[in-house]
Design a protein around this ligand. Structure first.
Ligand code: PMP
Ligand code: GLN
Length: 382
């Protein structure tokens, strides 16, 4: 049989797929893969059915339908006081994953270096490698997973082309601070590098903290691709729809790749989202309170357990240190929890080049309260 010389020889099936399959096989409560176990808003789903029935079933424009791009522009202006050119700065894509891929693919050439942090969301490094680039990983500092800017400066060299930021951060729940933004400004004033900001959890930020979007800072935005996902904001991860905002010259290159990866997103989804955003412009502003209550409920219940944690600052993920419970590796621990305790979690060593000494699992708290309390009760027995 003809064989393929793999471009990603060490890459297997993602941890999310593995753990979700295990959770299903063992009927475990799935706090592993990041998705809500509740549905998106009724009106959004109604509009989706409406547009499918009304015949909105052919290709949309390559950049996304106009009304959705207009709603994105309004939202960006409301949240980040930036006026965007809907024709030249916004591209709707089938999933933030595609946006990340296209942003990397359009700007990274063979031998270019891209700085990512350790741990990093799993899609960044494979995309960098497929583009012919080299991922340079910088460990986030203990214990709060903050960025050590002196290490960033040490890593930058003539080949550095891009820095990938993810705030709120998956898997740690860390968020960028005002000081990080100052450091970033100082970095880009010294080096000509692009920024890729994965802001899919932009609305999930707690305890009164604000989201330091790159869209707020012109000096940063002028060299940035900013990516978001409707899946996270409207509880419809399976709709796989997101967008990339970037200055016109970057958007032009982004679209050259996007048009040959998927060409377009899904038409009725885009119409439904446009209607929903027009009807409920404030929906996203209530998300932080909604998820903070879930975080607090879960964390409060977990104080009864031997897991140790600091409540996350953003995202819908909570790290838990299980060193007091077991000295298993995190993969073995996650599998045992899923199969025997019937609570699925994600081992975070898979997001690292150099896994930490601490023993962490990642729990997703985008779940009904009963699920969270039942999971915590099972974990409290360990
Ligand atoms: N970035 C991060 C940090 C994520 O957690 C996810 C989760 N799905 C994505 C990107 C991808 O989002 P989407 O499902 O819209 O492709
Ligand atoms: N982003 C989701 C998570 O971190 C999963 C997405 C996926 O399965 N690729 O759990």
């Amino acid at each position: 049989m003809t064989r393929i010389a793999s471009k990603l020889p060490e890459v297997g099936t993602t941890i999310f797929t593995q753990i979700s399959a295990l959770a299903q096989a063992h009927e475990a409560l799935n706090l592993g893969q990041g998705f809500p176990d509740f549905d998106g808003p009724d009106y959004l789903r109604e509009r989706m059915s409406y547009y499918v029935d009304a015949g909105y079933n052919q290709y949309p424009p390559m950049a996304g339908i106009g009304p959705l791009r207009e709603q994105i522009a309004l939202k960006v202006e409301r949240c980040y006081q930036r006026r965007l050119d809907t024709d030249r700065e916004i591209t709707v894509v089938p999933g933030a994953t595609e946006a990340l891929f296209c942003a990397i693919m359009c700007s990274i050439n063979r031998g270019d270096e891209v700085i990512i942090f350790d741990p990093a969301y799993d899609s960044y490094e494979p995309a960098i490698r497929l583009a012919g680039g080299i991922a340079r990983r910088i460990p986030l500092a203990s214990p709060d997973f903050s960025i050590d800017w002196s290490r960033v400066h040490d890593a930058v060299n003539a080949n550095t082309r891009m820095l990938v930021l993810n705030s709120p951060h998956n898997p740690t729940g860390a968020v960028l601070s005002a000081e990080d933004i100052s450091q970033l400004k100082s970095l880009v004033s010294q080096y000509d590098i692009l920024l890729l900001a994965d802001e899919v959890y932009e609305h999930l930020i707690y305890d009164g903290e604000t989201h330091h979007s790159l869209l707020l800072h012109d000096q940063l935005y002028q060299r940035a691709f900013v990516v978001s996902s409707f899946g996270k904001t409207y509880h419809v991860t399976g709709w796989k729809t997101g967008y990339c905002v970037a200055p016109p010259a970057l958007t032009a290159e982004f679209r050259k790749v996007h048009q040959f990866v998927t060409f377009v997103g899904v038409t009725p989804i885009q119409w439904a989202l446009a209607d929903f955003m027009a009807e409920y412009p404030d929906y996203a502003s209530k998300l932080a309170g909604f998820y903070q209550a879930k975080r607090d409920r879960f964390c409060q219940a977990m104080t009864q357990s031997r897991f140790r944690f600091r409540p996350c600052r953003g995202s819908y993920f909570q790290l838990m240190d299980y060193a007091a419970i077991s000295d298993r590796g995190d993969m073995a621990m996650a599998q045992w929890l899923t199969m025997d305790i019937k609570v699925a979690a994600i081992p975070i060593s898979v997001f690292y080049e150099q896994p930490p000494k601490q023993r962490y699992l990642r729990f997703c708290f985008a779940k009904d309260d009963d699920t969270l309390l039942e999971a915590a009760a099972r974990l409290a027995n360990l």
